[in-house]
Design a protein around this ligand. Structure first.
Ligand code: FAD
Length: 388
């Protein structure tokens, strides 16, 4: 067993870290305060290969595997959580369904438009009254003579206003059944699609999420993505991969908060010595470093399983659950180490704490991850000892 990253992957990670340090981090706090997307980083990210990470080269993408995407999202999360979420949602939610389920014509039409960093991509699953319970969605797509008519509402859709297209999950059959939903590709300019202003959130100022209304949006027949009736399965498959992305991004936030706390602990004096000399502070730093390391290994393992074509849903759910809850705790403890200054807007750990709070909610709450894990544990034989 070899735990070292291959040379090309290490070079890629270091290059994205440099990009995050030079192009993302410096303006992040100011843009987040103004609730503005980091367009400069997104456009440069396009040229850098970050805006179509798993998109095949034939459509202008970087054709990376899940592990390479995870190390990049970790580095971006270290740079700025909001920008990393914009890029994660673009890659893992918006582009991925087309990469996985699109026809050749759909790939040629939509992917090259969205890999440059000029326009984003989005995935619309959640509705005002249904998030975790996707079978409860009400947006419906009805057959028309020459296509479909989409009616309904979505909520919290990241990147929607700036997207070239939005992949939308809609009901194509009235009954509650796993075969009642289908996916559609909806151009941002579609007539009857109304996008609300960015939601006012607790954190993640450099990421925008919106409410959507579909007021009899007419779509051509070839807007259907994948098979009719397979939408729920397709969405769950996409979310399995997205969870590796959110987990990686969270480790990046945790790493950034840890570095701030580590530095501050050596600079700040109390009782005539640096607070890093107190065992209480040392133990917090030791626990942070240990938890970050454990989460990183879980993420790399889940990504590796995915890249091997092996079942990875449970490993991804475990990685998402652990990494996001760990990152929230690390950001919390980073504030604790900063004392009163940690609660101030002057220090970045305050923003990191607000930013990281979303991660245990988006792309499947912690409770849903536990359900996914428990279901698999109780389905088959007694869980085995050791790795797959
Ligand atoms: C900033 C932000 C960005 C987002 N971006 C997107 C996006 O781009 N696209 C998109 O489609 N959605 C997006 N979402 C929505 C997000 O995925 C949902 O908020 C999330 O899945 C939870 O759904 P919900 O909010 O409807 O909560 P609910 O499903 O109503 O859950 C409420 C609570 O009940 C718990 N719960 C629900 N069911 C169960 C159960 N069976 N067992 C135990 N507990 C349960 C949940 O864990 C949670 O604690 C975003 C949300 C936010 C805040």
């Amino acid at each position: 067993m070899d735990f070292s990253l291959p040379d090309d992957l290490r070079m890629w990670r270091d290059a994205v870290l440099d990009f995050a340090a030079n192009e993302v981090r410096p303006q992040a706090a100011e843009l987040a305060e103004r609730h503005e997307l980091h367009w400069d980083a997104l456009r440069k990210g396009g040229a850098f290969g970050l805006m179509g990470m798993t998109v095949p080269e034939a459509y202008g993408g970087s054709e990376l595997d899940a592990l390479a995407q995870a190390v990049a999202l970790e580095a971006l999360g270290w740079g700025d959580a909001g920008t990393a979420l914009t890029i994660e949602a673009h890659n893992c939610l918006g582009l991925e369904p087309i990469v996985r389920f699109g026809t050749e014509a759909q790939k040629r039409t939509w992917l090259p438009k969205a890999v440059t960093g000029e326009r984003l991509a989005a995935l619309a699953l959640t509705e005002p009254q249904a998030g975790s319970d996707l079978q409860g969605i009400r947006t419906r797509a009805e057959r028309d003579r020459d296509g479909w008519v989409l009616t309904g509402q979505k909520m919290w859709i990241t990147n929607a206003d700036d997207a070239a297209f939005i992949v939308v999950l809609a009901r194509t059959r009235p009954e509650r059944s796993s075969k009642a939903l289908s996916m559609f590709i909806v151009p941002r300019e579609a007539e009857g699609l109304h996008v609300g202003p960015p939601e006012r959130k607790m954190g993640l100022g450099t990421s925008h999420s919106h409410a959507l209304t579909f007021d009899r949006v007419r779509l051509p027949a070839d807007a259907l993505l994948g098979q009719e009736g397979r939408g729920l399965h397709q969405a769950l498959e996409v979310l399995d991969g997205g969870r590796i992305g959110i987990a990686a991004l969270s480790v990046g936030i945790a790493q950034a908060a840890f570095e701030e706390a580590h530095r501050y602990a050596q600079e700040r004096h109390a009782f005539g010595q640096p607070i890093a000399h107190f065992q209480a502070i040392q133990f917090m730093l030791a626990d942070m470093a240990t938890a970050i390391h454990a989460a990183r290994l879980m993420i790399y393992y889940a990504a590796w399983l995915k890249d091997q074509g092996r079942p990875f849903a449970q490993a991804a759910a475990m990685a998402k659950l652990y990494a996001t809850e760990m990152a929230e705790k690390v950001a919390r403890d980073a504030i604790q180490i900063h004392g009163g200054y940690g609660y101030s807007r002057e220090y970045p750990v305050e923003r990191m704490y607000r930013d990281v709070r979303l991660m245990t909610i988006g792309e499947g709450t912690s409770e849903i991850q536990r359900l996914v894990i428990a279901r698999r544990l109780l389905q088959g034989q007694t869980p085995k000892v050791g790795l797959a």
